[in-house]
Design a protein around this ligand. Structure first.
Ligand SMILES: C[S@@+](CC[C@H](N)C(=O)[O-])C[C@H]1O[C@@H](n2cnc3c(N)ncnc32)[C@H](O)[C@@H]1O
Length: 218
């Protein structure tokens, strides 16, 4: 079994389910979040990864050939989580891929991470602003997102609209974020979906990290 070394922290992360016949260690760097150290970023991802995995497991059988979109994928952290939960899924990562809220971001670097993890054949990337209409007519069974929308103010509602447009009826939007104006987001979500699960991960003041599982109306 291959071990994944998250190169920004220097701490080796055991990685289950993905094998590498070329080498014993795989270099994967999911980047450092704005306002965080490399170590804090890795800790945030470890906690988020565990919570997302627990929530995703109940949405579809593990062997489902579903189509997944990771909205604001960064360097592909959540794509790895989704790939482990759903080994037959195809996952598309959408991002601006511009330097900003995550260090050293580029589509090339994200693609290299997928290659290192052995999941490049079932992942793809799209450079796109989520607040603008997606050109592709692809409909998704599941949209995931982590730590994206709290930074983009009211433009997030345009992005949410585009995400709901891209979801099949009855499909799921699982969003982890800080929700500084939770009521406004929930009012928006309630008109289009049902909140079927919520994991409150805590945090300081209004900056509480939550993961919401929303099911689009059929
Ligand atoms: C804090 S990073 C999180 C990355 C990844 N989801 C993770 O958890 O590691 C926020 C990401 O959202 C992306 N992003 C922010 N606004 C966006 C927009 N309007 N359209 C597409 N991507 C966006 C940024 O480029 C960045 O990669």
């Amino acid at each position: 079994m291959a071990a994944v070394k998250q190169s920004t922290s220097g701490s080796a992360q055991p990685h289950r389910g993905i094998h590498d016949s070329q080498a014993n260690r795989i270099e994967v760097d999911f980047g450092t979040y704005h306002h965080s150290t490399a170590q804090e970023s890795n800790e945030i991802r470890q906690r988020a990864g565990r919570s997302f995995s627990a929530l995703l497991g109940s949405l579809y059988p593990s062997g489902s050939s579903i189509r997944i979109l990771d909205a604001g994928c960064g360097l592909g952290f959540l794509m790895q989580v989704a790939a482990e939960c759903f080994p037959k899924a195809h996952i598309t990562g959408v991002d601006l891929f511009e330097h900003g809220s995550i260090s050293g971001i580029s589509m090339d670097k994200a693609a290299k991470n997928m290659q290192s993890l052995g999941i490049d054949s079932r992942t793809s990337f799209l450079k796109h602003n989520l607040a603008q209409l997606m050109e592709s007519a692809t409909q998704y069974d599941l949209v995931l997102s982590n730590l994206v929308f709290h930074n983009i103010g009211k433009a997030r509602f345009k992005a949410y609209a585009n995400i709901f447009e891209a979801l099949k009826p009855g499909a799921f939007f699982v969003i982890g974020d800080l929700f500084p104006d939770d009521k406004a987001d929930m009012d928006y979500f309630r008109e289009r979906s049902t909140l079927i699960n919520e994991s409150d991960e805590g945090g300081a003041g209004p900056w509480k990290y939550k993961i919401k599982v929303l099911r689009k109306q059929s």
